[in-house]
Design a protein around this ligand. Structure first.
Ligand code: ADP
Ligand code: ZN
Ligand code: ZN
Length: 853
């Protein structure tokens, strides 16, 4: 038997399996899904075992070096999922398989030397008198124990003989291996997990009169006295060393009054105690129960089902997820819960942890590498049966998944922007299909695409109406009897139209900035919003203020010549940050100091315009002395744990105004919030993206949903220059249907999803002209392949400059492919076979793109 190994490197030329012989020691351990180290040319590279074969061809095959991970990382199902990814998103299989690797992939392979029984025999080194190097190596290995790291051997040997080289060690090891004294295998290093601990100082146990000592010290050594006083005051006579002067503590240790020791700190993945994270399952109301029953049918029958759970904010979606996950566990199966960004959902994680405890594994980008690795392994070994995390959780190494939840399924965060450029919702659907699992896609504002698909099913017209662009994934019509029947796996719409206990939806009022009086230095607030904030603060309630732009001022302009400060690499205007007094590019993080004078004309009259969250917070502080303001945006949550702390403080009432970007719009539940202010609803409305209105509707609905979640009614004030825009109007009326109808109509004629499927090709190069020319050539090839220009069922649009014309120093051009029927992956594969790209141009392929910039 030979193993087929796919090399784990992105190069396209490597996108096929290579054949390797299997050493005896690995015969029983190598399986499909094993992650191995193999010789490749002059290098040793990691690879995935994708299969086995009896024939090796006529050439000399090399042997697999060893296993990099003990257990296989995928089985046939996950392999099928990776193959689907590679097909669907036109990437190499190695790119696709990489999503299945445990987190923290940058671990180094190390060589482990394991002594055989023969090698462990105390007399073994004597057998090697004629090979002194080998004898020394074996002797040293025996001293280091039955298994040791080859690096430690090298260090030891150099102590005996400083001239020892890696090569001489390697050759000794391979001779020893051939003679049966030891085995050498390669492993990926486990990420170093540093135990979390702190130094504590403790009073010695002793029936000394401490008060007397204290008095005595107060005269001679006041700092030592402080320590003793603090320890006497602490109930258990213990305190952290860090709180005191170190020489004082050392002095006391020398005198024998105290001891210093290490105390282990608990390292449960970050948790914050949310008072209402109850451990009890709540009794579902009728609408919730309908969703649950639909899921139960599927799970019990082991049938793939897809439910689109359209529930308004606060309608109890999360409670339904909890019940469905529990259902999967009771059936002996496992569950995956995907959230857009795990760091932003401490409350949700808290609720899951309260119900399921250690059965839950958290895949969290803010955890240290060691912790993430631990969590992944707990899932792989079956110790954790629920995985909760961002989109990568959809590839978690769980077996027999019964329920998959994708919360806030409309969020763009589910799209991965590097290869494989998959969409989490599509991946979840495919995994659910392969696992015969029930999928719940939850959202208060489903995408027009998903809602349309579910509607088609509800209307019974799947397959007949305007050829569903995602026909492959949608329902298949079985209406041969005239009675509309749908296959059970079609996306089914479940509505949760009301909040729990019929709490009212917040009252949303639109303030037309064209006629409102604006006040404040930055013309930030309308008088009405300002009054409303003052009212709420007066009665001790909380306020959230939302603006989707961070920083202080969003552009910096010379008042004399009009020069605008731009990023040299991306050509977009720089944002001024008061904290740090710098101007930064929000695309590439380029930063510079604020210039004293205009780089163009030398004038000193530099102006700062445009509003960011930092300035909003600043203005609230200036206007309301009684306000305790917290701010949450990318800048304030840079530190690990900052996010949870800000939310925790706000929940605990330590702050009464929370200013933030759309981070504050996520599903947090703050009972004290009765007013939500949207400072400018227009920030995203005019982006060159056909989903601009949809995003505006979604984010307005989400932020508005933060108001009045407890007993007190909530109010939302939305400032805008576009009060008549349909996204603003429908959001303010909680009218999803109205929005959906408008939006659907707007997309049909120009041909956007759901009526077509899109593929976006983006070309990037340092030379603008080279880039444009390459895009032009690709267009010609596509036309030769039969695509139409601009109109028709299979057409292309462009090439055109990307809205973000230049990014990180490279010019960008784009071509958009649209297809009403034919799936695009095949076409793109054909294209790749036909064109040869210039080396200096990078072309990215984005199937079903969400990023249109
Ligand atoms: P969503 O996820 O749709 O925003 P949640 O599940 O967070 O909604 O529910 C909103 C609030 O209502 C939460 O405080 C939750 O504990 C409570 N809740 C949910 N379902 C029920 C129920 N069946 N009975 C009582 N309270 C519920
Ligand atoms: Zn100027
Ligand atoms: Zn930039």
């Amino acid at each position: 038997m030979y193993a087929q190994v796919l090399i784990d490197r992105p190069a396209r030329s490597l996108d096929r399996a290579f054949t390797y012989a299997i050493p005896d020691a690995l015969r029983d351990r190598l399986r499909v899904g094993s992650y191995v180290l193999v010789p490749f040319g002059k290098q040793s590279l990691p690879g995935f075992v994708t299969g086995f074969t009896h024939t090796a061809g006529d050439y000399q095959v090399k042997k697999v070096y060893g296993l990099l991970l003990d257990e296989p990382i995928f089985d046939e199902r996950l392999m099928a999922l990776a193959e689907w990814l590679a097909d669907e998103y036109v990437c190499s299989l190695a790119d696709a398989l990489r999503v299945l690797l445990p987190p923290g992939g940058s671990r180094k392979p190390t060589k482990v030397v394991a002594l055989t029984e023969r090698g462990r025999h105390p007399g073994a080194p004597q057998e090697l008198q004629r090979a002194p190097r080998q004898r020394d190596v074996l002797q040293l290995a025996q001293e280091l124990g039955p298994e040791c790291d080859a690096d430690r051997l090298l260090v030891g040997l150099r102590r005996l003989d400083p001239k020892t080289t890696q090569t001489s060690l390697d050759s000794a090891l391979s001779s020893l291996q051939e003679r049966g004294f030891l085995e050498v295998r390669r492993e990926l290093q486990r990420p170093a997990v540093q135990p979390l601990e702190r130094q504590v100082v403790t009073l010695v146990e002793d029936d000394r009169d401490w008060e007397e000592l204290l008095e005595e010290l107060q005269g001679r050594a006041p700092r030592q006295a402080e320590v003793i006083a603090a320890l006497l005051a602490a109930g258990d006579g213990t305190a952290a060393v860090a709180e005191f002067s170190r020489p004082a503590v050392q002095g006391l240790v020398q005198k024998g009054y105290v001891t210093v020791s290490l105390e282990a700190l608990d390292r449960e993945p970050e948790r914050h105690d949310w008072q209402d994270a109850g451990a009890e399952f709540l009794r579902l109301n009728e609408a919730q129960r309908r969703v649950y029953e639909a899921a139960r049918e599927g799970v019990e029958a082991r049938q793939h089902r897809e439910l689109l759970v359209h529930g308004v904010t606060g309608s109890g979606k999360t409670e339904v997820y909890l019940h469905c996950v529990d259902l999967a566990l009771r059936q002996g199966r496992t569950a995956i819960v995907a959230v857009p960004e795990i760091a932003l959902t401490p409350q949700m994680v808290g609720r899951f942890r309260a119900r399921f405890g250690r059965q839950l594994a958290l895949l969290h980008s803010a955890l240290g590498q060691g912790e993430r690795f631990d969590e992944w392994y707990r899932a792989q070994r079956g110790e954790a049966r629920i995985v909760i995390g961002a989109r990568s959780a959809l590839f978690a190494p769980l077996r027999d998944v019964g329920v998959i939840v994708v919360d806030e399924a409309h969020e763009n965060a589910y799209k991965q922007e590097q290869p494989p450029r998959y969409h989490g919702v599509a991946a979840a659907r495919q995994r659910a299909r392969l696992e015969e699992a029930v999928l719940l896609l939850g959202s208060a504002t489903p995408t027009v695409e998903l809602y349309w698909e579910a509607q088609q099913r509800a209307l019974g017209s799947v397959g007949q109406a305007a050829s569903p662009a995602r026909a492959g994934e949608a329902a298949r019509p079985t209406a041969d009897t005239g009675v509309v029947q749908c296959t059970p796996d079609a996306l089914r719409l479940m509505e949760l139209p009301r909040r729990i206990d019929d709490r009212p939806m917040p009252d949303i009022r639109v303030l037309d900035l064209r006629s409102e009086t604006l006040v404040g230095t930055g013309q930030t607030f309308s008088q009405r919003l300002l009054d409303a904030i003052a009212d709420r603060l007066r009665v001790g309630e909380q306020v959230m203020l939302f603006l989707n732009r961070r920083g202080f001022s969003t552009f910096i302009i010379c008042r004399d010549c009009g020069y605008v400060l731009r990023c040299p690499d991306c050509e977009i205007s720089l944002t001024f940050h008061y904290h740090g007094h710098s101007c930064t590019c929000h695309h590439c993080d380029y930063a510079r100091h604020v210039p004293e004078e205009c780089p163009e004309c030398g004038s000193k009259d530099i102006g700062f315009h445009g509003l960011g969250t930092e300035k909003v917070a600043d203005q609230v502080i200036r206007t309301f002395p009684e306000a305790a303001v917290a701010r949450m945006d990318r800048d304030t949550i840079a530190h690990k744990g900052a996010y949870g702390r800000i939310l925790g403080d706000f929940a605990a009432g330590k702050a009464n105004v929370l200013v933030g970007t759309q981070m504050i719009a996520k599903g947090h539940d703050f009972p004290g919030v009765t007013l939500v202010g949207v400072l400018n609803a227009d920030t995203g409305l005019h982006r060159p993206d056909f989903r601009a209105a949809e995003h505006t509707f979604q984010v307005l609905t989400q932020v508005a949903g933060r108001a009045g979640r407890a007993d007190k009614p909530g109010e939302v004030l939305v400032q805008t220059y576009n009060p008549d825009h349909h996204a603003v109007v429908t959001a303010s009326r909680h009218d999803y249907q109205g929005f959906y109808q408008r939006e659907l109509a707007a997309r049909e004629r120009p041909g956007f999803p759901p009526f077509v499927r899109l593929t976006r090709l983006v070309f990037a190069a340092e030379d603008d002209e080279v880039c444009r020319a390459q895009a032009g050539e690709v267009k010609q090839t596509l036309l030769d392949m039969g695509m139409a220009d601009k109109h028709g069922p299979l057409c292309l649009v462009g090439p055109a400059r990307a809205p973000l014309q230049k990014l990180r120093g490279r010019y960008r051009w784009g071509i958009l492919l649209k297809s009403r029927e034919q799936p695009l992956p095949d076409l793109v594969r054909e294209l790749l076979g036909r064109v040869s790209l210039k080396r200096e141009v990078a072309m990215s392929i984005d199937m079903d793109p969400t990023d249109m910039m």
